[in-house]
Design a protein around this ligand. Structure first.
Ligand SMILES: [Zn+2]
Length: 207
């Protein structure tokens, strides 16, 4: 299978190497129903590079992630994270589930959790926790993305939004959304490169 977490357009091996959990993948496959459980796998060029266990608890209100990590020179450590799930009404009816960042001081709504140290957090928290030589580029991309996001999304919360700003023409919104997604993709690519450097390829996460 392709790299887990690379999203609906998952024929993109470039993004499959960094460890991410993408709620779009889980939604699309109906894996967020109460009591769902299983294993999520990452791969790189067809080779498995890690996996974690997940289960949906509290009648669909929490996604529990279970995995082992080993930091360089240390023993294996068992980690369990409870990720709150939030259901948000859709424009066309029904609800759509989102993660809330497991960093309790953040709790931001998000679609992708990034492996950061031994935890998984939203990209905003991850940006703060991952200083590196690529940090400048990442900061610039984040700034560009967030400035545009604040301009075009009605429900922009500082790092995420999807509703068209009131009064903006749909055509304008669609054009700027495409630009937003392009910047976001570029952010992801930079993040993945950085994470790969920091994690030393296939190190760190294993179950
Ligand atoms: Zn966060």
């Amino acid at each position: 299978m392709g790299g887990f977490g690379s999203g609906p357009q998952s024929n993109q091996p470039a993004t499959s190497e960094a460890r991410r959990v993408d709620i779009r993948y889980l939604r699309k496959r109906g894996l967020l129903q109460p009591s769902c459980a299983g294993r999520l796998n990452w791969s790189c060029r067809g080779e498995p590079t890690g996996s974690i266990r997940y289960r949906v608890e509290q009648n669909g209100e929490t996604l529990v992630l279970d995995y082992r990590v080993r930091e360089p020179g240390a023993e294996w450590e068992q980690i369990t994270i409870a990720v709150p799930l939030e259901s948000v009404p859709c424009r066309y009816g029904g609800g759509r589930q989102y993660f809330c960042c497991p960093n309790r001081r953040c709790n931001r709504r998000c679609e992708v959790l990034f492996s950061c140290g031994v935890y998984f957090v939203c990209r905003k928290c991850c940006g703060y926790l991952y200083p590196s030589q690529k940090g400048d580029k990442l900061d610039k991309l984040r700034e560009a993305r967030d400035t545009l996001g604040a301009r075009i999304f009605e429900d922009w919360d500082g790092s995420y939004g999807w509703q068209k700003r009131k009064g903006m023409h749909w055509r304008t919104f669609e054009r700027l959304s495409r630009r937003y997604r392009a910047i976001d993709a570029s952010w992801n690519k930079t993040y993945c490169d950085m994470a790969r450097e920091l994690l030393g390829g296939d190190a760190a996460l294993h179950f």
